[in-house]
Design a protein around this ligand. Structure first.
Ligand code: ADP
Ligand code: GLC
Length: 516
C-alpha cells in the first residue's frame, strides 16, 4: 500500500513528546512490512538541518498562505521511508518549539500554520504535489493534522483517511473568526464538521471527517467515550465507536535498548543485570545524590503539566522521604511546577534531584539507573516511558489508566506467585494511593532478591516492539481502503447526540498546544 503518514513531529528530526517517538518509528515499521510509506512534516529549521539532502518537487499556491509553499523531498534518517517537507517560511522558519513561543504561550498564528500544513498534505494526497506518487491512505495524527480529513472529505475521489488521537485534551481550538480568515469551505462549519461550541476545532475535524479513528491504547479508546475523559467530544466519539480502534503504541527497540544504548557507560541485558547497579551509581553521582546502593531510586521523566501528575508526587514527598528512597525528576513545562520542584529539591538535597530542561541522553540514563519509574498520570493515552522502563529493567509504578493499565501488570498475591507481575499499579490518582504503591515497591525491593529480579526480568522480556502494532495498523488500513472513501463521515452525514455547551468535565482542562 501507499501510505502518507502526516505528523507535526518525528524523532530524530524534531520531538516534543511521545508523538515524536511514534511518528519517528511507526512509518519505518510499516515500510518493513512491504508498504511504500512516506512521512510529511513541516520544514522547521532543525528538521531541514538534520534531514540530509532535499530537493524541491513543487511550488504550491494555497489559500490562506501569503507566499507559495514549496514541497521538499528527501529521506527520513536511518530508514527507507521517504520524507516530504512543507516549506512555508512565514509559518515554519522560526527558532524554538514547534507549537509555543519562548514564554510558553502558543504561537499566535498556529491556526494559519497548521491549516497551511493541512492544505499542502491535501495537495500531496490528491497527487497535485508529487505527480509520481499518490497514497491509498492518509494517516493523520492529532489536531495539527485534523483539517486534512475535513478538507479531503470535500473531494469525491480521494484516498482513505485515518485519524489517530494521541491526546484528546490538545484540541487546536480557535475563535470562529479563524474559520473565516482561513477561507475554509462553508460546509465544514457544522456540528458534524469542525464547529465545536461555536469555535473552530481542528481536532474535531479529524474525528468527525476521517474514515476511521484510532487511539493509542485499547483502554483509552473506551475512556474517551465517557464524560470524564471526553471533553465534550464523547457524544461524537460514542457515535463513531464502531469506527474507533485502540492500538497500543510500540517502541523503537533500537533507540531504546539497554544492551546497545550509546548514552550509557554500562550497557546490560537480562544476563548482565549486575551492570544496572553501575548505572544507578553513575546516575546518583551525575545528579549529586549520595551513592547509596540500598536506597530505592525512583525516576520520573515528562512534560511538567497537570496530565502527568507531578503534583501528586510533590504531595507525597514529606512521607516518601521518611523511607530509604531517592527520586530523580527530569522535565520541563509549567513554571509553577518547575519552581515547586526546585523548592522541594532544596529541602531534600540528599534524596531529591531535579533537572529542569529537555535532555534526551539524560532520559536514557534515568531509565537505566533507576530501580523504579513513577508515572502517576491523571490520564495517559498510551505512555511510552513505562514501556522503556520495562525494557530497561526499571519497575514501573503507575496510575491504572489508559495505556498504563494496558501495559503494566500489578504485583499481587497471584501475579507474584505465578511470576506474571511487571510493576505496581494504583488507583485512584491521589497522593495517598501513590505513596501506598511506592511503599509496596520498597517492601518488595527490600525482600527476597530473587523475587525482585524475577519481577525485573519478567518486564524486560515483554515484547513492546512495533511488529504487532504495525501489523494491526496494516490490517486496519486494508479494511478502511475496502470501504468506499465517500463513506459516511463528514459534514451532513453524521447524526449524533449533541452535547449542550456546558462546562467541560475533563480530567484536566483542555490544552491548546503541547507545553515544552
Ligand atoms: P507524552 O507524549 O504525553 O509527553 P509519552 O510517555 O508518550 O508522553 O512520551 C514522552 C516522550 O518524551 C518520551 O520519549 C520521554 O522520554 C520524552 N521526554 C519527555 N520529557 C522529556 C525531557 N524533559 N527530556 C527528555 N525527554 C523527555
Ligand atoms: C500523547 C500521549 C501519550 C502517548 C503519546 C504517543 O502525547 O499523552 O500518552 O504515548 O501521545 O502516542
Amino acid at each position: 500500500m501507499n501510505i502518507l503518514y502526516c505528523s507535526s513531529e518525528a524523532y530524530p528530526l524534531i520531538k516534543t513528546g511521545g508523538l515524536g517517538d511514534v511518528s519517528g518509528s511507526l512509518p519505518g515499521a510499516l515500510q518493513e512490512l512491504g508498504n511504500d510509506v512516506r512521512l510529511v512534516l513541516p520544514a522547521y529549521p532543525e528538521v531541514r538541518e538534520h534531514a540530509g539532502p532535499l530537493s524541491s518537487i513543487a511550488s504550491l499556491t494555497l489559500s490562506g498562505a501569503p507566499q507559495p509553499v514549496e514541497i521538499l523531498k528527501g529521506q527520513f534518517p536511518h530508514s527507507r521511508v521517504e520524507l516530504y517537507l512543507v516549506d512555508s517560511p512565514v509559518h515554519f522558519q522560526r527558532p524554538g518549539n514547534p507549537y509555543v513561543q519562548e514564554d510558553g504561550s502558543d504561537w499566535p498564528d498556529n491556526a494559519a500554520r497548521f491549516a497551511t500544513f493541512a492544505r499542502a498534505i491535501v495537495a500531496l494526497a490528491l497527487g497535485e504535489a508529487d505527480p509520481h506518487w499518490t497514497p491509498d491512505l492518509v494517516h493523520c495524527n492529532d489536531w495539527q493534522t485534523g483539517l486534512v480529513p475535513a478538507l479531503l472529505s470535500q473531494h469525491g475521489t480521494r484516498p482513505a483517511t485515518l485519524f489517530t488521537i494521541h491526546n484528546l485534551s490538545y484540541q487546536g481550538l480557535f475563535p470562529k473568526a479563524a474559520f473565516t480568515a482561513l477561507e475554509l469551505p462553508d460546509t465544514l462549519w457544522s456540528i458534524d464538521g469542525v464547529e465545536f461550541h461555536d469555535k473552530l476545532s481542528f481536532l474535531k475535524g479529524g474525528i468527525a471527517c476521517s474514515d476511521w479513528l484510532t487511539t493509542v491504547s485499547p483502554t483509552y479508546a473506551q475512556e474517551i467515550c465517557t464524560a470524564e475523559f471526553g471533553y465534550g467530544l464523547e457524544g461524537l466519539l460514542k457515535y463513531r465507536a464502531a469506527n474507533l480502534t485502540g492500538i497500543l503504541n510500540g517502541m523503537d527497540c533500537e533507540v531504546w535498548n539497554p544492551a546497545t544504548d550509546a548514552h550509557l557507560e554500562h550497557t546490560y541485558d537480562v544476563h548482565t543485570l549486575q551492570h544496572k547497579a553501575l548505572n544507578k551509581a553513575a546516575l546518583q553521582q551525575e545528579l549529586g545524590l549520595p551513592a547509596d546502593a540500598g536506597s530505592l531510586l525512583l525516576g520520573h521523566i515528562g512534560r511538567l503539566v497537570e496530565q502527568k501528575g507531578v503534583d501528586l508526587i510533590l504531595d507525597t514527598l514529606d512521607e516518601l522521604f521518611q523511607l530509604p528512597v531517592q527520586l530523580v525528576i527530569l522535565g520541563d513545562g509549567e513554571e509553577l511546577l518547575e519552581s515547586r520542584l526546585q523548592e522541594a529539591a532544596a529541602r531534600y538535597p540528599h534524596q531529591l534531584a531535579i533537572h529542569i530542561g529537555y535532555d534526551e541522553p539524560l532520559a536514557h540514563r534515568i531509565e537505566a539507573g533507576s530501580d523504579c519509574f513513577l508515572m502517576p498520570s491523571r490520564y495517559e493515552p498510551c505512555g511510552l516511558n513505562q514501556m522503556y522502563s520495562l525494557h530497561y529493567g526499571t519497575v514501573p509504578i503507575v496510575h491504572s489508566t489508559g495505556g498504563l493499565a494496558d501495559t503494566v501488570i500489578d504485583l499481587n498475591d497471584m501475579t507474584a506467585r505465578d511470576y506474571t507481575a511487571t510493576g505496581f499499579t494504583f488507583e485512584p490518582d491521589t497522593p495517598a494511593a501513590l505513596l501506598d504503591a511506592c511503599q509496596r515497591a520498597l517492601a518488595y525491593y527490600q525482600g527476597s532478591r530473587v523475587d525482585w529480579w524475577k519481577l525485573v526480568i519478567t518486564g524486560m522480556k515483554k515484547d513492546f516492539s512495533w511488529s504487532n502494532s504495525a501489523q494491526q495498523y496494516l490490517s486496519l488500513y486494508e479494511r478502511v481502503c475496502q470501504v468506499t472513501p465517500e463513506g459516511d463521515a463528514g459534514p451532513g452525514n453524521l447524526d449524533y447526540p449533541v452535547i449542550p455547551p456546558s462546562p467541560l468535565k475533563g480530567k484536566s482542562p483542555p490544552q491548546q498546544s503541547m507545553m515544552r
